[in-house]
Design a protein around this ligand. Structure first.
Ligand SMILES: NC(=O)c1ccc[n+]([C@@H]2O[C@H](COP(=O)([O-])OP(=O)(O)OC[C@H]3O[C@@H](n4cnc5c(N)ncnc54)[C@H](O)[C@@H]3O)[C@@H](O)[C@H]2O)c1
Length: 456
């Protein structure tokens, strides 16, 4: 089949490459000139495992074309998919201006050049009602050939996007038209099976299902993160508590890893967007608001624990991991960056390392923080290390070597990689999220967190 994908970001490019890998003829349209030129030179402007090899393969064999704008020939296609960004507006709602601008351009060109019907589908995460709105735009455009509107939300995760594309838990197609659904069955042929079904839904259900899934996962994270705070107080072990919860088949083991909070380009904006959709329809989604509130609070707790761990106020802190999760260079809404903001506001020097996100982090902070390729260099003369992202590279650190580099031996593990025992053997005072604080020294730590809160 012939497909056009509008947007060459994480979702658009991964989808374009994977559809081309499946044998479809794909054109990916990326309007940002520098990104488009980079892609045409087979350079991917972000890091995603497995993507580059596959991209080079399909771009070289001609299954994938990169363009900076949609062209008249593109209207020979069966499906046009919209994979542009839908970021959070200041009100919390999803900003769909890029999406609607793209629809307007497509319909304007289609009026002159479409010689056959085509499907116009959202792949972006869009508010309930977007598909209906696109249908009204199509109706107003008064085209000679029918344009069928569909919703095909994407569930891939950065860091494992290619794998996720080829192993979807389900493929959702929102459409009123059975023939449109059949076209998508053909498009995804080979990916859907009995255990990974392709599901026909209404436009509204398809749109809501994406927000529902992301917000539920974010809520699960906020729940376990709040329990981690409780574990700190009552002496229970959060890792084991989460494991025991996850053994219950009704709950499931995923998304129960305590953390400094969820981040990335999806969960923060999608939780807010769902809250906004609820409010616009007169429904106060209190669980969603609770998940957002807990997530905003989580980094404050981590910052206070760091300050409490350091018996002398730190002047330099090392952050290990700035990407919002491992296997990506994406730092959007990363908890590590929220922590860096607090440290800089407190006039604390920040040194950092990340296996892939040094450039993206520097793009945010410039010279205000200090980058090092090696975690050991980043630890030099530091008063505390904060392990903020659970890269595999940080699972087997030489703790004694790190300790030797530092000015003061404080270690904050926000990803529960290390045990108090091993950190203590290496000579560290340590705070492990959900496992409390252990000092190696004979000096008593301050225990009253409210006092620290006031002085911080
Ligand atoms: N990133 C993820 O992990 C993920 C997962 C599932 C769903 N989503 C959703 O997918 C959508 C895209 O997300 P993303 O992370 O790929 O965004 P992104 O910001 O990485 O990429 C969007 C791209 O679209 C381009 N663009 C905008 N308007 C255009 C136009 N008219 N023509 C051509 N290109 C245009 C932008 O230049 C940008 O490169 C969002 O709605 C997001 O919520 C993202």
């Amino acid at each position: 089949m012939k497909i056009i994908i509008i947007g060459g970001g994480y979702v658009g490019l991964v989808s374009a490459v994977c559809f081309a890998n499946m044998g479809h003829q794909v054109t990916c349209v990326e309007q940002n000139e520098s990104k488009c030129m980079a892609l045409q030179k087979q350079h991917i402007p972000f890091y995603e495992p497995e993507l580059l090899e596959r991209f080079v393969d399909v771009h070289t064999n001609g299954n994938l074309h990169i363009q900076s704008a949609i062209s008249p020939e593109n209207f020979e296609s069966d499906v046009i998919m919209l994979a542009v960004g839908t970021p959070m507006a200041p009100s919390g709602e999803a900003d769909c201006s890029d999406l609607f601008n793209a629809v307007t351009s497509i319909l304007t060109l289609a009026k002159q050049h479409a010689t056959r019907p085509f499907i116009l589908s959202t792949k972006s995460t869009v508010p309930v009602g977007t598909g209906r709105h696109i249908m009204s735009m199509v109706a107003s455009a008064n085209l000679e050939r029918p344009v069928h509107v569909a919703s095909n939300p994407e569930f891939l995760r950065e860091g494992s996007a290619v794998h996720d594309f080829f192993h979807p838990d389900r493929i959702i197609i929102g459409t009123e038209d059975v023939a449109v659904f059949r076209t998508f069955q053909q498009l995804y042929k080979g990916l859907h099976t009995e255990s990974r079904p392709i599901v026909h839904a209404t436009l509204e259900t398809a749109e809501l299902s994406k927000y529902a899934a992301n917000t539920f996962l974010a809520t699960k994270i906020s729940f376990i993160n709040e329990l981690a705070l409780l574990c700190d107080k009552v002496g229970a072990d959060i890792k084991q508590t989460a494991k025991l919860m996850g053994m219950d088949g009704r709950i499931g083991k995923y998304f129960l890893n305590p953390s400094p909070g969820y981040g990335g380009s999806c969960f923060p904006k999608d939780t807010h967007a769902l809250q906004f959709i609820g409010a616009s329809n007169g429904i106060n989604l209190k669980v969603v608001s609770g998940a957002i509130h807990a997530n905003n609070h989580q980094i404050d707790h981590c910052f206070l624990q760091l300050m409490a761990l350091c018996l002398v106020p730190p002047t330099t802190v090392t952050i290990l991991g700035t990407a919002f999760k491992p296997n990506t260079d994406d730092v959007r809404e990363s908890a590590a960056l929220k922590l860096i903001d607090r440290l800089l506001a407190a006039n604390i020097r920040v040194q950092f390392s990340d296996p892939k996100a040094i450039q993206t982090t520097k793009a945010v902070y410039g010279d205000r923080i200090h980058a090092h390729e090696s975690p050991y260099d980043a630890a030099k003369n530091s008063d505390a290390i904060v392990l903020a992202t659970e890269w595999n590279d940080y699972r087997h650190l030489d703790l004694t070597r790190l300790h030797a580099k530092m000015k003061s031996p404080n270690f904050v593990d926000l990803r529960l990689i290390y045990s108090h025992e091993e950190l203590s053997i290496a000579g560290f005072n340590a705070y492990i999220l959900g496992k409390g604080m252990h000092h190696n020294t004979t000096i008593s730590p301050p225990t009253d967190i409210e006092t620290i809160q006031q002085s911080a």
